[in-house]
Design a binder for this molecule. Structure first.
Ligand SMILES: C[S@@+](CC[C@H](N)C(=O)[O-])C[C@H]1O[C@@H](n2cnc3c(N)ncnc32)[C@H](O)[C@@H]1O
Length: 498
């Protein structure tokens, strides 16, 4: 359930787009800001490698419009004279779409209007580039994405968490296309500096070219494992990871200047949240405290900060997949699901509300129940009716232990909805069902977690607080505080308002 971008509002600014007629690039220049300029008009590229030609296509202007659209299909379109145009209007439309989901402050909005995303995605059809969507740019041998340009909404929300100021020195982990680095450079302005690190040398080369094509200066793209940060450029006022981290790297905390802030999509035992952290006021304490937390879903880091989690396809025919945060194998789960379901459904009291379940209860379950797991299936029938369906994929969460499993499922119960004649008479409820050995006990335990979460006031992501202690430090918290022990840090999870 951890693959949704966030709808949380951060860095909220006045609604609506930048006033018509205001040219962000020129405006930025007037204010002495080093923005990523619109690509300058250039001659048709001589025949050369496909990549060079596609990049050139993305740069070619048509009056005040930008020709774009690359990839094989678009290149042939271009040859036939069917060249797509990229206008400022497309960026404004994207910004308006983003603002339907998240607050976008003025400076961040200006950056999104200024930086031409299509220059960073030269192989992607331009109409796709300016949708509020993640665009996968590279896959591994197993077909899993290894790089992407993230969904603009979550990028804007995380930039809001980062709160970059003009003149800041910023380190980004996960350069990818270079698009976010260009946004950061626009926010830091001419007095600032951006260093962006990626583990893939070919992506580093591409990001450098993209930044150059976009006319963006002030960004240094470095090949290396982001776990080490980039000591040569330290200290940084801001550090942002645009890739999921299982733990906080000691190098990041060391390379952050006093008063600095770090934003990381952090693993909370199988769910991921974008966490903005600052050093606790008494610097000697060594503790870091969160100042905001958002839902997010990023691909995981490669290298030493990759987590132990494990995905296992249980049935290739239906795409039934299980996610186990601690990396155990899924032995017995499929036969448990195929076997006899427990006779009794256990009421949970949970609302049939995917957002509440994703943003609240699954987070609660993750940090309180080490045996928790997630299952999903695209269009198959092995999963019982699930409380969350996204683009045809059913998702459920539960507890797995021994050979048995309990899952959240929706059921029409015998309770009368009381809506009168002509309306559905039965209420749909979220219940826990057990499968296989000990299924009934696991269902009871799953329902008990639900009741505890409800009794605690339904705590959600936005009220979550995380303290990160160096692993060498002893942690003194209330006995009920969940502690997630990582390699370098121990995370203490609380909801202070509850
Ligand atoms: C979601 S993409 C980043 C998107 C990028 N910020 C952009 O605007 O296009 C995540 C990136 O993290 C990189 N990555 C994965 N593990 C890494 C590591 N250990 N160190 C540095 N980069 C890493 C991947 O190669 C990938 O390009």
């Amino acid at each position: 359930m951890n693959h949704l971008a966030s709808d949380d509002l951060l860095d909220a600014g006045p609604p609506g787009a930048v006033p018509a007629g205001r040219e962000p690039a020129r405006n930025a220049a007037l204010h002495g800001t080093r923005a990523c300029a619109e690509p300058t008009p250039g001659p048709e590229a001589p025949p050369g490698p496909e990549a060079a030609r596609s990049r050139q296509a993305a740069r070619r202007p048509e009056g005040d419009r930008w020709t774009a659209g690359s990839g094989k299909q678009n290149r042939s379109d271009a040859r036939r004279g069917m060249v797509m145009t990229v206008t400022r209007a497309m960026r404004q439309a994207l910004l308006a779409e983003m603002r339907r989901h998240t607050g976008v402050g003025d400076a961040i909005a200006e950056a999104f209007l200024t930086v031409p995303r299509h220059v960073f995605l030269p192989e992607t059809p331009v109409e796709q580039v300016y949708r509020d969507e993640v665009i996968v740019t590279k896959r591994g041998a197993d077909g899993m994405p290894t790089s992407s340009s993230s969904q603009p909404t979550i990028m804007a929300a995380m930039l809001g968490q980062l709160a970059v100021r003009p003149g800041d020195r910023v380190l980004e982990i996960g350069a990818g296309t270079g698009f976010n680095a260009a946004l950061l450079a626009t926010l830091t302005g001419s007095g600032g500096e951006v260093v962006s690190v990626d583990i893939d040398p070919d992506l580093v080369d591409a990001a450098r070219s993209n930044l150059e094509d976009a006319g963006c200066s002030g960004v240094t793209v470095v090949a290396g494992d982001g776990t080490d940060g980039f000591a040569a450029g330290a200290p940084y006022d801001r550090i942002i990871a645009t890739v999921g981290a299982w733990d906080l790297a000691p190098a990041w905390l060391e390379q952050l200047a006093p008063g600095g802030r770090i934003v990381v999509p952090l693993d909370l035992y199988g769910v991921q949240r974008s966490v903005a952290l600052e050093r606790a006021p008494r610097q000697t304490s060594g503790r870091w405290g969160s100042v905001s937390v958002l839902s997010c879903g990023f691909m995981r880091m490669r290298g030493p900060l990759a987590g132990p989690e494990r995905y296992e396809v249980l049935d290739p025919a239906t795409g039934l997949t299980i996610f186990l945060p601690d990396g155990r194998d899924a032995h017995g789960v499929l036969s448990a699901l195929e076997g006899r379901v427990t006779a009794r459904a256990v009421a949970t009291g949970l609302p049939v509300d995917p957002t509440v379940l994703f943003d609240g209860f699954s987070l609660w379950l993750a940090v309180h129940e080490p045996r928790w797991c997630t299952l999903w299936e695209a269009g198959g029938t092995r999963l019982p009716p699930s409380p969350l369906t996204m683009q045809g994929t059913s998702v459920s969460a539960g507890i797995r232990d021994g050979g048995g499993i309990a899952l959240l499922t929706t059921e029409k119960t015998g309770r009368d909805a009381g809506w009168g004649v002509g309306y559905p008479s039965q209420v749909e409820e979220v219940v826990a069902r057990g499968y296989g050995p000990d299924g009934m006990r696991l269902a009871d335990e799953l329902a008990a977690h639900a009741r505890t979460w409800l009794a605690a006031g339904r705590p959600m992501t936005d009220t979550l607080h995380i303290d990160a202690y160096p692993a060498t430090m002893s942690v003194s918290t209330a006995p009920t505080t969940p502690l997630l022990e990582k390699r370098h840090t121990t995370l203490a999870i609380t909801w202070p308002a509850c």
